[in-house]
Design a protein around this ligand. Sequence first.
Ligand SMILES: [Zn+2]
Length: 324
Amino acid sequence: MSFKEASSPFDKASNVPATDNLLPIADLIVRSCDGTRFYVHKAILSRASHAFAAMLSGGDATNATGEDPKEQVVELEENACTLDALFRICYPTTDPVLKDARAVLDVMEASKKYIVDHAFDFCKNALVSPKILENDPFSVFAIACHYGLAEIARKAARQSLHVKFPPSKSPVGLERLSGSTLYSILQYRENCKGAVRRRVNTEEFWLETIDDPQTRNLLRFACKVCDPLQWQYDERNRLIEVDPTAYYRLVPHLLKDTPCWVPQEETARMLTSMMLLELKSTNWSCQSCREEVINTLQDFHNEVVMEVIDRAVSQVKLQLEFDE
Ligand SMILES: [Zn+2]
């Protein structure tokens, strides 16, 4: 097998004594299963991991390269990506960026195997980073369930409502998920869909929501051109007269094509455009009025309409076999 060299600070060049390199020099080479050599410090690995400490004190490290008899080499089963991330978490250097759920799972397995608790915690945070959670919620769910992390599993299940099931590619860690856990997330998705549909599909719901006096106040605005005094004192003297039945028609129409009847990022904006068409008979006397109406409606949709749907979903419970 040909050897590749790890990147700095685990490369050979970073570990050559020189007048401009006063850092301690590596005293061990770790070789990954795919042939990359990492120049590392026994003291740092032993401090970060009891398993490394035991391995390195027990004389397991063998001279296996045949290149330089002074080099002490340990071969590990993990690939270069995983070891690079694990070592960067152990070293006082910039933390690694784990690119996807597969990379996170690999590092989690290595941190369990070598007993590096803070690397496992680092991976828990990586799982709920927006990049991984939003792109791949089913993988995050499967990994979280495998390790019994109920809070992360619930976050992932909630995020999965934005994604169709089955997803386009098989989730990482799916094979570790029990049938009953898979059933519970599918049931949860159906329950969320039902909870939203029951609300937005009834006329009474919209009458109640929009006729509430406090809620209605959010539909008031003032125009800095037409009502300069009111604008100055923030007296919202004008009301946007919306028709509750318009919401009854428009919101189910907007949600029916989403995976679980849960609003997407653009839903509030689309609802605003559609409501503006409904309001076309009203004459907004100036451009500034029109801008105020758009902004007021947009805020109203975010704060009230999306919020009530979100609350409906939050009340749905996800049953898990385990709990933290
Ligand atoms: Zn105006």
